[in-house]
Design a protein around this ligand. Structure first.
Ligand SMILES: Nc1ncnc2c1ncn2[C@@H]1O[C@H](COP(=O)(O)OP(=O)(O)OP(=O)(O)O)[C@@H](O)[C@H]1O
Ligand SMILES: [Mg+2]
Length: 422
């Protein structure tokens, strides 16, 4: 056993972080706190809507709307916890996240398996026809003879994958379980979600709706103070650093997750720097780190040909130092494909991929009139080119790219200034 504690970096690291009095992971996404400051009103509203469950009634279905990080999941789970307490677990609450179970099939299979009694086998994730799964579910719900409350989080994902009809089948459950109460709470951050439902599904699902507004800076400050109690020793978080986290997250649509992430990363940076107080400096560094991580993830998750088009945008602008024309990007794209051994897509598809990159904000495009020569599309990077290139080079299938002369003005396909837009 190594006994030299003095030179053990883990011991050192632990001692340096002595301003932590609790678990940093409690600031993470899956932790549901005891209470939710500034959501008291919404908690009461949801409890009232579900109140009839206490009198053996059937509550209306509810859709919970709100932008990301406004506490939809936490508020709903908090109310479910209270309902379980109040009914001693009598109401059967099933929570399904449709980001994971995004098809009607997997939602139904998951539900059936949540209803498995001790002696019952789980049904397989594939192989059973839908009608058999449905009738198995109906008989299991009947056998449980308890009211069911089904929470479908990120419900828009299921609609996107399986269509509005998929929900109709689930909503129909209530008719087929012999008078047992069976209601649904759908959660979504897509405000146009209900417009995409067909009218019979919309009227059944959207019987009640709740909107969780974005948090303002002062509410986010309260939330952060509350969440850091028991985690940070008093005096280790400067007031101005707390205000800065809250202000940044308030600007980003009042997102509590963003505020908590910023603070968590700022704490991590403070520990690594062997400091004992979290100041504005660490919050600013945390913001940079989070932004960089998002950019890297975005670049890495693009489809291969979109990455090659982006690489073409980067290297073209690197040489010309001005916005590029679609024709220049397309031709350099083809050269890069050739170098990497990929067959290039048509100019039309490249044009679509340029629009995709514009949609996600990595580049911006504008149409410029070229006088008698018509109109031309100009493309400009919206992010730092060196950074983009660095992340693109981290992608396995692009890492062998050297530019084989592409970097030289002579080899680079620079179109004429009046290169028409595709
Ligand atoms: N009022 C609050 N008090 C304390 N923590 C909160 C509060 N609201 C949200 N949080 C925390 O912020 C994070 C994001 O909240 P939550 O996951 O509930 O948001 P959401 O609206 O479901 O977001 P998304 O649409 O991205 O799923 C969670 O860690 C949650 O615990
Ligand atoms: Mg959520």
């Amino acid at each position: 056993m190594i006994s030299d504690r003095m030179n053990n970096p883990f011991v050192d690291f632990n001692e340096k972080s002595s301003f932590l009095t609790g678990n940093l992971s409690d600031l993470g996404g899956s932790f549901i706190p005891e209470s939710l400051p500034h959501r008291e009103e919404q908690i009461l509203q949801m409890a009232k809507l579900l109140g009839s469950l206490m009198r053996n009634g059937r509550p209306s279905n509810i859709v919970v709307y709100g932008r990301t990080g406004t506490g939809k999941t936490s508020t709903t789970r908090h109310v479910m916890r209270m309902l379980t307490d109040a009914t001693n677990g009598y109401v059967r609450i099933c929570y399904i996240n449709c980001q994971i179970n995004d098809s009607q099939y997997s939602v139904l299979v998951t539900l059936v398996n949540l209803f498995s009694a001790d002696s019952e086998e789980n049904i397989p994730l594939s192989g059973w026809p839908l009608d058999r799964i449905y009738s198995e579910l109906v008989s299991r719900i009947k056998r449980s003879s308890r009211p069911l409350l089904l929470v479908l989080d990120e419900i828009d994902r299921m609609i996107a994958k399986s269509g509005s009809d998929s929900l109709y089948v689930i909503l129909k459950l209530g008719d087929d379980v012999d008078g047992l109460s069976c209601s649904i709470i759908g959660i979504t951050n897509d405000t146009s979600f209900s417009e995409r439902l067909d009218s019979r599904v919309r009227s059944r699902l959207n019987q009640e709706s709740m909107l969780l507004p974005p948090y303002n800076a002062s509410e986010l400050k309260d939330i952060l103070s509350y969440r850091t109690k028991g985690i940070l020793r008093e005096g280790s978080l400067e007031e101005s650093a707390l205000n800065l986290c809250a202000a940044i997250a308030a600007r980003e649509h009042g997102d509590a997750r963003k505020a908590l992430d910023l603070l968590r990363v700022a704490i991590d940076i403070t520990i690594r720097n062997s400091s004992l107080v979290i100041t504005d400096k660490e919050v600013i560094a945390a913001r940079e780190r989070l932004e960089i991580d998002i950019l890297r993830e975005t670049v890495k998750s693009l489809p291969l040909h979109t990455q090659i088009v982006l690489l073409s945008c980067v290297v073209t602008q690197e040489v010309t130092r001005r916005p590029s024309f679609t024709g220049e990007i397309s031709r350099n794209y083809s050269e890069i494909c050739q170098e990497l051994g990929n067959s290039p897509l048509s100019n039309r598809r490249v044009s679509d991929l340029i629009s995709d990159l514009d949609d996600i904000g990595l580049i911006s495009t504008r149409i410029q009139s070229m006088g008698r020569n018509g109109r031309s599309k100009l493309i400009q990077l919206e992010e730092n080119g060196d950074q983009l290139k660095k992340y693109l080079m981290e992608v396995d299938s692009l890492s062998s790219f050297v530019g084989a002369g592409l970097g030289k003005q002579s080899r680079l396909n620079l179109g004429n200034d009046n290169d028409p837009a595709n």
